[in-house]
Write a protein of this length. Structure first.
Lengths: 114, 110
């Protein structure tokens, strides 16, 4: 596609429910990042995928958070048993590592846990 | 692990004043990138610096990369209301991971 696509754009869920957030990176981009951004705050790193290497999960805040990247393309971030503090904008970014490695961000998914 | 620290966290200026944000990495970087996030938007790439001591300009914006390739700065001359937003630096390590600083939120009062 022309850019990084994230879905849904908005998600309201009840506390305790599971949610899945999807990211379609730019075709051919080998690196994919997930970040979380609370209102008026900076970017909180969650997870990084690079090619076929084991993902860097060092930013995941708890074991309720997990992510996978199938076939080196689409990625899904799953949050189990959501809590109100999970409310934030979840941003996905992709880059073509090693060649013009700037990151391109999606529009984000705004998650609200009520 | 690698850390990228950015200061200040917030900066409020009057229109016409200058603005600077600073970025420091705990490790030597392959390159440093700068992004701007407008309110309600997502971060958008501005520029990349690769060489030690490199200086680049984009109109009123001046970007510098330190001699040791561990620090960088973004300076805006004579701020305008259109400069409002969050400015992020991001350091690229030799093994390919991009690490973002926490960002500086710039507010410009007309």
């Amino acid at each position: 596609g022309a850019g990084v696509s994230q879905s849904p754009s908005n998600k309201v869920t009840e506390k305790g429910k599971d949610v899945e957030l999807r990211c379609d990176p730019i075709s051919g981009h080998t690196a994919l990042y997930w970040y979380r951004q609370s209102l008026g705050q900076g970017l909180e790193f969650l997870i990084y995928f690079q090619g076929n290497s084991a993902p860097d999960k060092s930013g995941l805040p708890s074991d309720r958070f997990s992510a996978e990247r199938t076939g080196g393309s689409v990625s899904t971030l799953t949050i189990q048993r959501t809590q109100q503090e999970d409310s934030a904008v979840y941003l996905c970014a992709s880059s073509l590592m090693g060649q013009g490695p700037e990151a391109f961000f999606g529009q984000g998914t705004r998650l609200t846990v009520v | 692990g690698q850390q990228v620290m950015q200061i200040p966290q917030y900066q409020h200026v009057q229109e016409g004043e200058d603005f600077t944000t600073y970025c420091n990495s705990s490790t030597t970087l392959s390159n440093i990138q700068w992004y701007k996030q407008r309110p309600g938007g997502h971060p958008v790439f501005l520029i990349q610096l690769v060489k030690s001591g490199e200086v680049k300009k984009q109109k009123r914006l001046t970007f510098q990369f330190g001699e040791a390739k561990k620090n960088s700065s973004l300076h805006i001359t004579a701020t305008q209301t259109t400069d409002v937003g969050t400015y992020f630096c991001a350091g690229l390590t030799s093994y390919g991971k991009l690490t973002f600083g926490q960002g500086t939120i710039l507010t410009v009062h007309p």
